[in-house]
Design a protein around this ligand. Structure first.
Ligand code: SAM
Length: 322
């Protein structure tokens, strides 16, 4: 079992398999991705060792993320590998959704249980403005295709000050008949974008109060739940979740660890540095890696220091997958 000095247990691994992305989200990679090519990132055998070690230590849920994970040619193989590992009972991914309409069924057949699609606006022009790609229709077709496969579908929307009012109403209208969970994520400060953060960050606190006033009710958290506080309402097919990393006690329920596409373990999204575990992955030594991971967990801090403007080593979230 992976447990830290504060009694938190870690059932949930967020695994980035590439830093590359072909969208240009204003808060992430506004100038596009210009880093190394995919062949420097974790290989399938390395991922196999990693997943076996984490599963051996009690990890039951894996989220495959990036960059854009679907850009990897072996993405379907990564899904199947995770799903076929003993102990892993839920495989999820986070994607921009550009390839979902075409591939949802293939990914589902490989074992994908849940997909989170990033959609920051339901207004096509605004979507293109934020994401740097005029692909809202394609992404929404992908969401429908994913729902049709029977997967759990969630939508991530970064809660930006500039768009909040309109964004909220359009999304709520959509949720009336759409059986997804929409999660508003508070914009997080990253090393590359302090000005954007200063202009656009909005606390989710008032939104939570508004939802409660409108009759939305909190949903109980499961053991492998992500960081969202979720709400349901009898008049809506969909749910709303709020991810508020700046809220008090956000880190107390932390149950996840992250491995970047370069094979570095990040004990927190905003830790000062990643810890290189790639040599263990290259050697394929599952037992040694398990022992090492248990030791490393003692270094995990109680909380991030985002409130103090300390973003650690995270320049943008394509490095780690959010
Ligand atoms: N390419 C995939 C996608 O578009 O969802 C996965 C990677 S992306 C980095 C993962 C999630 O992080 C997305 O939902 C994105 O909106 C969110 N994200 C990126 N930068 C963020 C920031 N500074 N604050 C809050 N969320 C952010």
């Amino acid at each position: 079992m992976l447990q830290d000095n504060f009694g938190r247990r870690f059932h949930y691994l967020r695994l980035s398999i590439t830093e590359a992305c072909n969208f240009k989200c204003q808060y992430c990679l506004p100038d596009g991705y210009h880093g190394p090519s995919d062949d420097t990132f974790l290989t399938l055998p390395e991922i196999d060792t990693l997943v076996q070690a984490f599963a051996g230590l009690g990890t039951s849920k894996i989220r495959i993320t990036g960059g854009e994970p679907s850009l990897r040619r072996d993405f379907t193989d990564v899904i199947a590998l995770c799903k076929n590992t003993n102990g892993i009972n839920k495989v999820a991914t986070t994607t921009h959704g550009g390839r979902l309409a075409r591939d949802a069924q293939k990914w589902r057949d490989a074992g994908l249980d849940q997909v989170n699609v990033s959609i920051d606006s339901l207004d096509p022009r605004q979507f293109a403005d934020i994401a740097g790609q005029n692909k809202l229709t394609q992404v929404l077709d992908g969401v429908s295709a994913a729902i049709d496969t029977g997967m759990t579908v969630k939508v991530n929307s970064v809660y930006l000050k500039h768009f909040a009012g309109k964004q909220l109403q359009q999304f709520k209208d959509w949720l009336k008949d759409t059986p997804i969970t929409l999660r508003f994520i508070e914009l997080m400060e990253t090393g590359d974008h302090p000005e954007f953060f200063a202009q656009q960050h909005l606390s989710g606190g008032p939104l939570k109060q508004q939802l409660l006033n409108e009759g939305w009710m909190p949903v109980l958290r499961s053991k492998d739940a992500g960081p969202a506080q979720e709400f349901h309402h009898p008049d809506y097919a969909g749910r709303i979740g709020l991810i508020m990393p700046y809220s008090k006690d956000f880190c107390a329920s932390c149950n996840r660890l992250r491995v970047a596409a370069n094979g570095k373990l990040h004990l927190c999204l905003f830790s000062e540095h990643g810890i290189d575990i790639r040599p263990y992955l290259q050697q394929g030594d599952v037992q040694a890696l398990m022992a090492h991971l248990q030791q490393l967990l003692t270094q995990k801090h109680a909380t991030h220091y985002l409130q103090d403007g300390n973003t650690g080593a995270t320049s943008h979230l394509a490095m780690l997958g959010g």
